[in-house]
Design a protein around this ligand. Structure first.
Ligand code: FVH
Length: 283
């Protein structure tokens, strides 16, 4: 079904979102602070609105993708939100979402908060995901349209949930990248072929280790961190060995040291028998 959809914010991500909606056959109205960025979308059939208010007026679904939440408040300030669904896909914090939801609600609109788990090039491609939270009826009304941009997953009525899960997934990503960067620096110090190490050794190893995560979740949910795999004392000694090896290779273990600190702290509490999942209690 073809919808009237407005997209406010035509940065790299907003442009990709608007393009995917045009491609899917929706009537798309766009607005951007710097209007020239709309030209390629207008050439593909979008309508350019002169003001955010005109853009909001044009559609029942308003997708916002700006720099941050303050810019969203600023842009929507004079917009007629009554009867509109605002899907704010700007990255924010869980605490900002309910504030925005209340603000939109006071103006007669319905609110969905979103977390985009993709880079612009992934939009409308398999693997792209957008998390939504907030008004369930609003999500259900536009689920099909959302699906043109990326797989759409509703995460609950609490508006902060999509943002929380977005940040949690980014946290997992940064942790994995930190480990990979340290590994690459170490391997480079020995002049071993980096590509071979990465594709044949590191990636399969990381995948195998990630498969352990559901077991950790069971430990955390049970609050029982006893292990038969590898206890914290083994990991403490292992980390010490790792850090020493880095120093001997002339590589800084800076991205690993925070984890060592937390392991040491837990062991110092007399909990050396626990597994790594117990570290969650230190956080
Ligand atoms: N790019 C990515 O890979 C990611 C992936 C996951 C989620 N994000 C989030 O998406 C939001 C927008 O990111 P972006 O990549 O589109 O960012 P830019 O290309 O820098 O575009 C920023 C847009 O915001 C407009 N803008 C900034 N400040 C204001 C303001 N005070 N008033 C009105 N508009 C403003 C800017 O306008 P202009 O500079 O073109 O005039 C752009 O439209 C972001 O939350 C990411 O975290 C992207």
């Amino acid at each position: 079904m073809s919808e009237n959809i407005s997209v406010l914010g035509l940065g790299l991500m907003g442009t990709a979102l608007a393009a995917s909606l045009i491609e899917a056959g929706h009537h798309v109205t766009v607005w951007n602070r710097t209007p020239a960025k709309a030209d390629p979308l207008v050439a593909r059939g979008a309508t350019l609105a002169a003001t955010p208010a005109q853009a909001v007026e044009a559609s029942s679904l308003v997708i916002v993708c700006l720099l941050d939440y303050p810019s969203v408040f600023e842009v929507l300030q004079d917009a007629p939100l009554a009867g509109r669904v605002v899907a704010n896909l700007t990255t924010g914090r869980p605490a900002e979402a309910p504030e925005m939801a209340a603000w939109v609600g006071e103006r007669g609109g319905e609110y969905l908060d979103g977390g985009i788990m993709a880079v612009p090039q992934m939009i409308a491609q398999p693997g792209a995901l957008i998390l939504y939270s907030g008004s369930r009826p609003a999500f259900e009304r536009y689920e099909q349209a959302f699906g043109a941009m990326a797989a759409a997953r509703y995460t609950g009525e609490d508006t902060g949930t999509a943002s929380l899960l977005d940040l949690a997934m980014l946290t997992g990503m940064y942790g994995q990248m930190a480990g990979a960067l340290e590994a690459l620096a170490l391997v480079r110090s020995a002049k071993y072929p980096l590509m071979e190490f990465t594709t044949e050794l590191l990636i399969p190893w990381i995948n195998a280790m990630s498969a352990q995560l559901p077991r950790w979740v069971a430990d955390i949910e049970a609050g029982d961190y006893r292990t038969e795999v590898s206890n914290l004392e083994i990991n403490r000694v292992g980390m010490e060995n790792l850090v020493r090896a880095f120093e001997e290779q002339g590589v800084k273990p800076d991205l690993l040291l925070p984890m060592k600190t937390v392991i040491d702290r837990r062991v110092a509490r007399g909990l050396a028998h626990e597994g790594l999942s117990g570290l969650v209690e230190e956080l």
